[in-house]
Design a binder for this molecule. Structure first.
Ligand SMILES: Cc1ncc(COP(=O)(O)O)c(C=O)c1O
Length: 378
């Protein structure tokens, strides 16, 4: 058997007539940029996340930038972000000319360690950007307190967390602004690049709407600085169709995760993802950790060896992420070093993402777990 890491084709096939008709409608009407399909999707996505405003943009990275830019983050400012995230979280700060300041993650849920945020705050800190990593919300209550106390903006990076929950509420409306990605492999994926920002503040929404379209209030009248961060019509149309299925797909992801946990729960050498008591996890990724040691060769990285064995046996895997941000070459100028964020570094060395997508069959999950067990017996 072969098990892909995710299968976008199978999802498309399941809703092909609806998707094809929605795309054809855009082409027939030459509604290529923004337009009704995008604004209808924005309304639906905002309702799904219990947030007042959603603004569709050109990618999650652009959403990261717009969120901080719209809050006035700029040169000389510092922005606190977790060391273990995708690089785009940091681009939000650097594109504003601000300095990213990293904080370690906590070892159970892998989101930013809220007990370590305060010591990273300086007189220059302007914002904190928790990431709802792998589909699990960061612990927002303590972060909200810290942000209030130090007069900082809280900005959620929800790129991996569509419909994820925090203490009974949906993410996306629990901070000043949130950013989402609709990169094709995401829980809600477009047919190209797309993203969104969500917020409850009306004035901010008005500003961001202008900023995504060259800062204009009306054609060729540019009120504020901006850029071209518009969402394409085809992406809005595809996302509008897919949004109707997102709840069901999310529950299927949770069922796949539950089966993995049932079948791998007794294995001492691996650590399974933990759903934190405050979170409803949407399992964008299913990241296990493979404990060090126990192999025949002392020097062997067990995670790498398991990954190789899975791949040789037809199971695709991923690494999220193999190099924490503070050790990336592009951030050498920030002068971090190995050992600064031990939990993130350990996760980078031992974390392994197993296949995860809503259409995964029980047989596929069972096969993956069988291969994992086969390896650990060796
Ligand atoms: C945590 C996080 N932030 C931001 C992004 C950027 O999104 P995009 O790929 O749509 O630019 C991603 C996407 O991979 C992500 O995982």
């Amino acid at each position: 058997m072969t098990v892909p890491f995710l299968d976008l084709k199978i999802q498309y096939q399941s809703i092909k007539p609806e998707i094809d008709a929605a795309i054809q409608h855009i082409i027939d009407n030459s509604a290529f940029i923004l337009g009704k399909a995008v604004s209808d999707f924005e309304k639906g996505f905002a309702i799904a996340h219990s947030v007042k405003h959603c603004i569709g943009v050109s990618s999650g990275t652009d959403a990261n930038h717009l969120a901080l830019w719209s809050l006035g983050v700029g040169p000389g400012d510092e922005v606190i972000i977790p060391a273990n995230t995708f690089i785009a979280t940091a681009w939000g700060a650097t594109l504003c000319g601000a300095k990213p300041v990293f904080v370690d993650c906590e070892p159970a849920g892998y989101t930013i360690d809220t007990t370590k945020v305060e010591r990273a705050i300086t007189g220059k800190t302007k914002a904190v950007v928790p990431v709802h990593l792998y589909g699990q919300a960061a612990d927002l209550d303590p972060l909200t307190e810290i942000a209030k106390k130090h007069k900082l903006f809280l900005v959620e990076d929800a790129a991996q967390a569509h419909l994820a929950g925090y203490r009974g509420k949906r993410v996306g409306g629990l901070s000043e602004v949130a950013s989402f990605s609709f990169y094709p492999g995401k829980n809600l994926g477009a047919f190209g690049e797309a993203g969104a920002v969500t917020m409850n503040n009306e004035q901010l929404a008005i500003n961001i709407k202008m900023m995504r379209e060259h800062g204009q209030s009306e054609k060729y009248h540019h009120e504020v600085l901006g850029h071209n961060y518009r969402m394409e019509g085809i992406q809005g149309a595809v996302l509008g169709v897919k949004l109707k299925y997102l709840n069901g797909w999310t529950e299927k992801r949770r069922a796949v995760a539950a089966l993995y946990k049932k079948l791998l729960g007794d294995i001492e050498q691996i650590v399974l993802p933990k759903e934190m008591p405050y979170a409803k996890h949407v399992y964008h990724l299913f990241v296990i950790r493979v404990k060090k040691g126990g192999g025949r060769r002392e020097t062997e990285n067990r995670r790498d060896a398991l990954m190789k064995y899975l791949n040789e046996n037809g199971v695709a895997t991923g690494l999220h992420y193999p190099v924490p941000l503070h050790l990336q070459n592009c951030f050498k100028y920030l002068d971090y070093k190995k050992g600064d964020f031990p939990v993130s570094e350990e996760l980078a060395e031992t974390g392994l993402s197993l296949p995860m997508y809503p259409e995964m069959s029980d047989e596929q999950v069972e096969y993956v777990c069988g291969v994992v067990r086969g390896f650990l017996k060796k």
